[in-house]
Design a protein around this ligand. Structure first.
Ligand code: BES
Ligand code: MN
Ligand code: ZN
Length: 496
């Protein structure tokens, strides 16, 4: 979908979208339009439930006195609460509505935002971004499109006073949207297409925008002693990989910040095999790595003034005659040994080596990992919040605030010595399961044993990586949850 910006004017034909505030107060532009339409907007509002609330939307067809085929009236809600997030939601909802009405091209005029939390020009850029994010489709494998399901909206013009400034503000937002689309693409791909090797190829594609990309193969990881990651992948015909991405947009000598993603390209559970029902969901068990990949693209795309490392820990967890068995003991890169009592608790194993490698090689200021790590976090928090674990209060606070700001919310969970004891075992330094009680917490305690003294946070995104229903700026499917949050976190604290 093409999004453009222009100065406000009444178009000669097609669909025009104008706004009203809470309480059926038309914006100045909408009020003037209402006048030329002989009061059609006002009568329409009064004959309907439309109150100008933030989710209100009203279609008026072929209004008398105008050449336009359709006027859509959208609610701004309480203008004092209108911010970037609300602008994106408005854009997203509008995109969905125009598509379901079969509209091909539309123009929205954004005005009357005096007293809002964001200025009109920025709001226009965010509105365009929301529409773009909602327009995403993963339909490359559909050879027969169902008529009526096809997205019709091909262009959206956002009219605002100061359009050239809006166009400028839209540039970095476009880079973020492109990062999100890359994440959604790789996470949506089925596991017969996306495996550690093809993921690494996708990462290599970032070299042309200035990201340096290294790919560690199995022999290289063996030399480094990554027994935990290699153990997870040893049952698969698809070899494991570790991808190391670097974006250097900050000062030459500034210590980097690092992001590490779980990239299990398919999780059958291994020999501790999962039940058949719903197992197809485990194609998105690389969602954390997908976000790290898209984040690197976004940072490079908007030339972020930061040094950032992105690591994807990639393996496929399969049962076979070469697969690791329950009871196997593996030695991690850190030297610590792990008794693998359940081969389905594999995410923590691939992350153990990736986290250790990351802090050992890069000495980062901080590390954040993202992982579809536990079913238990879905039980604990549902899909409204992702789980946040951290060994540092300031880092936890900054992440939670960034999440609130972009609508990717985090809920902090505890870490404590008592939970840590749950993963002690007689045969080795630790076991990879801690029992049913506090399952997400013991998984985080396991990771913490591999971060050394580095400031670290772990985001358990198992419940939020895939959405079963459409959300305002996220069509159902891969959400890229975490990318927006981390981009905001970086922009707010690490680009100065
Ligand atoms: N990838 C799963 C976690 C998961 C479950 C993600 C559902 C998304 C949706 C992870 O590898 C896993 O299997 N975890 C086990 C751990 C258990 C064996 C200790 C779980 O949560 O059941
Ligand atoms: Mn698993
Ligand atoms: Zn998994």
């Amino acid at each position: 979908m093409k999004i453009s910006f222009a100065e406000p004017a009444v178009p000669k034909s097609g669909t025009l979208v104008v706004a009203a505030r809470e309480g059926r107060t038309l914006t100045p532009f909408a009020a003037a339009l209402d006048k030329s339409a002989g009061g059609a907007l006002r009568r329409g509002m009064e004959a309907s439930r439309f109150k100008g609330g933030k989710d209100d939307i009203l279609d008026l067809l072929a209004p008398a006195g105008l050449k336009l085929g359709r006027i859509v009236l959208v609610g701004l809600g309480k203008v004092g609460e209108f911010d970037a997030g609300r602008a994106e939601i408005l854009g997203g909802n509008l995109c969905a509505r125009l598509n379901s009405a079969g509209v091909k091209a539309a123009t929205i005029v954004l005005d009357g935002l005096d007293g809002a939390k964001i200025d009109e020009v920025l709001a226009a850029a965010h509105l365009g971004t929301g529409a773009r994010l909602r327009s995403y489709r993963f339909d490359k494998y559909r050879t027969k499109e169902k008529p009526g399901k096809k997205a019709t909206l091909a262009s959206l013009t956002v009219m605002v006073k100061g359009a050239s400034k809006a166009r400028k503000a839209f540039v970095p937002l476009t880079a973020i949207a492109e990062g999100i689309f890359l994440t959604r693409d790789v996470v949506s791909e089925p596991a017969n297409v996306l495996n550690p090797i093809t993921f690494a190829k996708a990462a290599k594609g970032l070299e042309k925008i200035g990201v340096s990309v290294e790919v560690l193969t199995e022999p290289a990881m063996k030399r480094l002693g990554m027994g935990a990651l290699l153990g997870v992948g040893q049952g698969s015909a698809n070899p494991s990989r570790m991808v190391v991405m670097q974006w250097r947009g900050g000062a030459k000598d500034a210590k980097p910040i690092a992001f590490v993603g779980k990239g299990v390209t398919f999780d059958t559970g291994g020999i501790s095999i999962k039940p058949a029902g719903g197992m197809e969901d485990m194609k998105w068990d690389m969602g954390g790595a997908g976000v790290v990949l898209g984040l690197m693209k976004a940072l490079a795309g908007r030339k972020a003034k930061v040094n950032a490392i992105g690591i994807a820990a990639l393996a496929e967890n399969m049962p076979s005659s070469t697969a690791q068995r329950p009871g196997d003991i593996v030695t991690t890169m850190s030297g610590q040994t792990v008794e693998v009592l359940n081969t389905d608790a594999e995410g923590r194993l691939v992350l153990a080596d990736a986290l250790w490698y990351c802090q050992d090689r890069f000495k980062p200021r901080l590390m954040v990992d993202l992982a579809t790590l536990t079913g238990a976090i879905i039980i604990a928090l549902g899909n409204q919040y992702a789980g946040l674990f951290s060994n540092n209060d300031q880092l936890a606070k900054r992440l939670a605030e960034a999440g609130e700001a972009v609508g990717e919310k985090l809920w902090r969970m505890p870490l404590a010595d008592g939970y840590d004891k749950q993963i002690d075992t007689a045969a080795a330094d630790m076991k990879n399961i801690g029992g049913r009680e506090g399952g997400s917490i013991t998984a985080a305690q396991f990771l913490q044993r591999f971060v050394n003294k580095t400031h670290w946070a772990h985001l358990d995104i198992a419940a939020v990586t895939w959405s079963k229903k459409d959300l305002p700026t996220v069509p159902k499917g891969s959400t890229a949850f975490g990318l927006r949050l981390l981009d905001n976190f970086i922009a707010a604290h690490y680009e100065k």
